[in-house]
Design a protein around this ligand. Structure first.
Ligand SMILES: NC(=O)c1ccc[n+]([C@@H]2O[C@H](COP(=O)([O-])OP(=O)(O)OC[C@H]3O[C@@H](n4cnc5c(N)ncnc54)[C@H](O)[C@@H]3O)[C@@H](O)[C@H]2O)c1
Length: 257
């Protein structure tokens, strides 16, 4: 029996991933702020430390997989909280759980980033340097100082930094024998998307944005990519980002890949 820890397991993509991986026979440790095996607030350093400790206790120090889905949309205030969960809540767990993963059976991790990760490229990402040095106070100050659309900045910038953080770990994780990739969804029918649609600052733009495949994804369509990347068929896939976005990235950046 292999054990996979999943953040954001209570809803949306994380819940669908938990279901898909459980159906393959894996034991799941769900981590979320509510309705989970491990209840912890990934917005705070103390909550992240609690989550790591509880996961290590439950898995006995050996983990076969990690799927990081927990995240907040751009409508959440303060904007610093978006970056706290989306970037620090993910990267802290990656680094803290690597030793347990390195002891696992054919271990792999998948991080859910976003198609928004390419909206604000690294060389124009205002929180890039502070993310890399782990300066959470500086990231918070930049996000909260960005005004009305600070949430959008925090969302796109934290997802860009998250994808970069994964790619920067490819060498160390490869040496440790643990595969690590990101999935970048476009619009997916989940409570996070619904909350964005309901927000007067973002709703119209989300509503009016139509992918080349003119619909939104179902959470299961993201979960199936996550399950594939976690499995043995993906044994040579590492350090990569997979867009599951109905063609949005191709539409926005046809010459960049
Ligand atoms: N839905 C979309 O259109 C979309 C598009 C691109 C990327 N994503 C990403 O997919 C991931 C999953 O989002 P979703 O759409 O399934 O949303 P969702 O709201 O359905 O699920 C997110 C989960 O994260 C949990 N969470 C939030 N803050 C937390 C905290 N502080 N501590 C612990 N858990 C916390 C929530 O409780 C929830 O269960 C997110 O990282 C999101 O950014 C979503």
């Amino acid at each position: 029996m292999t054990t996979i820890a999943i953040t954001g397991s209570a809803s949306g993509i994380g819940a669908a991933a938990a279901q898909a991986l459980a159906a393959q026979g894996h034991a799941i440790i769900g981590i979320d702020i509510r309705n989970a095996d491990v209840q912890a607030d990934l917005a705070t350093p103390a909550g992240r430390a609690d989550a790591v400790q509880a996961v290590l206790e439950r898995c006995g120090g050996t983990l076969d997989g990690l799927v990081l889905c927990a995240g907040l949309g751009p409508q959440v205030e303060p904007a610093s909280k978006v970056a706290a969960v989306n970037y620090f809540g993910a990267v802290t767990l990656l680094d803290a759980l690597l030793p347990a993963l390195a002891r696992g059976h054919a271990p792999a991790a998948v991080v859910v980033s976003s198609v928004a990760s390419s909206q604000l490229p690294w060389d124009r990402n205002p929180i890039a340097a502070a993310c890399e040095t782990g300066d959470e106070a500086a990231v918070a100050a930049i996000c909260n100082g960005a005004g009305d659309k600070g949430g959008q900045l925090a969302y796109a910038a934290s997802k860009n930094a998250l994808t970069v953080a994964v790619r920067r770990r490819a060498v160390a994780w490869g040496a440790a024998g643990v595969r690590l990739n990101t999935v970048a969804p476009g619009a997916v029918e989940t409570p996070l998307l619904q909350a964005g649609l309901a927000d007067p600052r973002y709703g119209k733009a989300i509503e009016n944005f139509v992918a080349p495949i003119p619909r939104r994804a179902r959470p299961e369509e993201i979960a199936s990519m996550i399950a594939y990347l976690m499995g043995p068929q993906a044994g040579f896939i590492h350090g990569a980002q997979f867009f599951v976005d109905g063609g949005v990235d191709a539409l926005a950046r046809p010459t960049q890949f």
